[in-house]
Design a protein. Structure first.
Length: 202
């Protein structure tokens, strides 16, 4: 039977929305059942993020942080996901989407310290530094953003570092466009090389 591409896309999107709604209801129930269940707040916060409801997502990630620090939930979840570094990073993402860039940077910095203490998951650190770079770039802290993207590239797998490489190239181009000195040509060359590599990786 012939089905238009638009219908297929709409059907797939509808299925995703159904799954998201079901997940949201389940995690909300878990939050009600145990008001100190950090992972439940984190998971519901992720649902809010997908709904673009950043204020409610920020509330849930803040609740996850508080409950994780208290450690008083009656439930124990065995999973690689979660933990203070993850919760702080997600809170920072909410700040970023709300235009609260300074607050985002503060959350990312705490996330980095938490992950350094917990055991240095390089992939998670890469994500945190990438997001920190976006916040610094939004504040026109381009030199800091470049350092963040370079840190993100250190910890990312070759197949997953397209975004950091691309943003690095874009930021180097911005510096070249805003400052006219002996380093301008060098930044332009670096920008071209990083954007070229990003295109090859995509």
């Amino acid at each position: 039977m012939f089905t238009s591409p638009d219908f297929k896309t709409a059907k797939k999107q509808s299925k995703k929305e159904e799954l998201l709604d079901a997940a949201f209801v389940a995690y909300s129930s878990a939050c009600v059942e145990d008001a100190e269940f950090a992972m439940a707040y984190y998971k519901r916060g992720k649902c809010y993020l997908m709904m673009h409801d950043y204020k409610r997502a920020l509330y849930d990630f803040s609740a996850a942080i508080l409950n994780e620090q208290k450690g008083s939930s009656k439930y124990q979840v065995s999973t690689k996901e979660g933990g203070l570094a993850q919760y702080y990073m997600c809170a920072g993402q909410c700040n970023y989407y709300l235009g609260q860039y300074e607050e985002a940077l503060a959350h990312y910095q705490i996330a980095i310290r938490a992950e350094d203490k917990d055991g240095k998951d390089q992939q998670l650190l890469s994500q945190i530094y990438y997001n920190k770079g976006l916040a610094n770039a939004s504040l026109m802290n381009y030199s800091e953003a470049i350092r963040d993207y370079e840190k993100a590239l250190e910890g990312s797998e070759n197949t997953k570092n397209f975004y950091a490489r691309f943003q690095l190239g874009v930021t180097q181009r911005r510096i070249a466009n805003t400052q006219k000195d002996a380093n301008t040509e060098e930044f332009l060359d670096q920008s071209i090389e990083n954007l070229k590599q990003a295109c090859q990786q995509n």
